[in-house]
Design a protein around this ligand. Structure first.
Ligand code: ADP
Length: 366
């Protein structure tokens, strides 16, 4: 029987458990054996009990659980060849030749590198007498399939990453709670949201909550933005609004790539508009809790597709990443998606914000 392993890696995201559940059950339904690698690449490098067979019942109840129940980690040794050599040996020992990784662009880059090195890793294991030629013979190729688990929605070539809508829901709910107290006291709140270098969460939260002003890294405020922000907020107040909400992405920068801390905005609102202003950093509540219906659906459909992609893979097809584009679950070339994702960061670094925005736009509308 074919053995397929599933792993969660990088930052956790709501819906990752649903992905694991779907991969395990689809694998079994397709006549394969399913394995879970615990603690991301760390489990692959350590092997042994960190790579466990999963039966149908082992993933019962996973769909509604937040975080990732098979654990995730950042693993330095997998970035080194010796780490990947150990990981390859552990996979052969367990009889696994296919790996489905649910993680961010770092995790998927690592997975593709592992696949491209695989034949040479096999040779090295035989050379070093860690394994015999007979043992490695059935493991000529490694199949890799990626799934994107991230609250940031920062991956190119997919409309949504597993976890981003749960996180957006949590942010909206939190801002609604803040709204109530802000309105009571006529206060202003500067709310910092997650997203690393991606402004999707901040922008969508701004739209969903009717924020007065949003600051995102792809389109940094330019010129005399301080005055403009104050003008907008004053206009809203003059129209009778009793509260002010400014949403700041954690990666917020100005056009010189200098971080815009929430304190700068707070001071502007306090000193220029004389508003009683507070800062709320939502922090890890944005990653916690039960996944929303959309993320459960996305994880389940993509997990099933990932297993199909493993079974249809050939040695010459590039590793796919499972995406959703215009409501359809599709496969995209993993390396291309990672490359396009990194293009945004490069555009920001080069202060080419128009390009950063158009790359993100292409992502949203692709
Ligand atoms: P994310 O997957 O969320 O982007 P990281 O970038 O931290 O998170 O990557 C998670 C893990 O994936 C790392 O700890 C490391 O083990 C592995 N990894 C990331 N980049 C590479 C790489 N270039 N080569 C090998 N492994 C990598």
């Amino acid at each position: 029987k074919r053995r397929i392993a599933v792993m969660t890696s990088g930052g956790d995201a709501p819906g990752m458990n649903g992905a694991v559940r779907a991969v395990v059950r689809m694998s079994i339904a397709q006549g394969c054996e399913a394995y879970a690698v615990y603690e991301g690449y760390e489990g692959l490098v350590q092997g042994g009990d960190m790579i466990r067979e999963m039966k149908w019942d082992d993933v019962r109840g996973f769909l509604s659980e937040g975080g990732t129940m098979i654990g995730t980690a950042r693993c330095m040794s997998f970035k080194e060849r010796w780490g990947r050599l150990k990981a390859a040996k552990n996979m052969v020992v367990k009889g696994i030749d296919a790996l489905i990784v649910c993680g961010g662009d770092g995790s998927l880059t690592g997975a593709d590198l592992f696949r491209s090195e695989w034949p040479s890793l096999m040779d090295e294991l035989v050379e070093k007498k860690e394994l015999t030629a007979e043992q490695v013979e059935p493991f000529k190729h490694l199949n890799i399939v990626g799934m994107v688990g991230s609250i940031d929605n920062d991956m190119a070539m997919t409309d949504a990453t597993i976890g981003c809508y749960s996180s957006l829901d949590r942010i909206c709910e939190s801002v609604d709670w803040i709204d109530a107290t802000a309105e009571s006291h006529q206060r202003a709140f500067v709310v910092e949201v997650m997203g690393r270098h991606c402004g999707w969460l901040a922008l969508m939260a701004g739209i969903s909550c009717g924020a007065d002003f949003v600051v995102i890294p792809e389109n940094p405020p330019s010129g005399n933005w301080e005055e403009e922000m104050c003008k907008v907020i004053k206009k809203h107040r003059d129209l009778g609004k009793r509260k002010t909400i400014v949403i700041v992405a954690e990666g917020a920068i100005d056009t010189n790539l200098k971080k815009i801390p929430c304190t700068v905005i707070k001071d502007l609102l306090t000193n220029k508009l004389h508003l009683d202003t507070r800062i709320t950093t939502l922090g890890h509540t944005q990653r916690g809790g039960s996944p929303c219906a959309y993320d459960r659906m996305l994880a389940t459909l993509q997990g099933a597709e990932a297993v199909k992609a493993v079974l249809e893979a050939t040695p010459s097809t590039p590793s796919p990443v499972i995406s959703i584009v215009e409501n359809k679950i599709v496969r995209k070339p993993l390396l291309e998606a990672v490359k396009q994702t990194q293009e945004v960061a490069k555009a920001i670094e080069a202060k080419d914000f128009a390009r950063a925005m158009s790359l993100r736009d292409a992502e949203f509308t692709e």
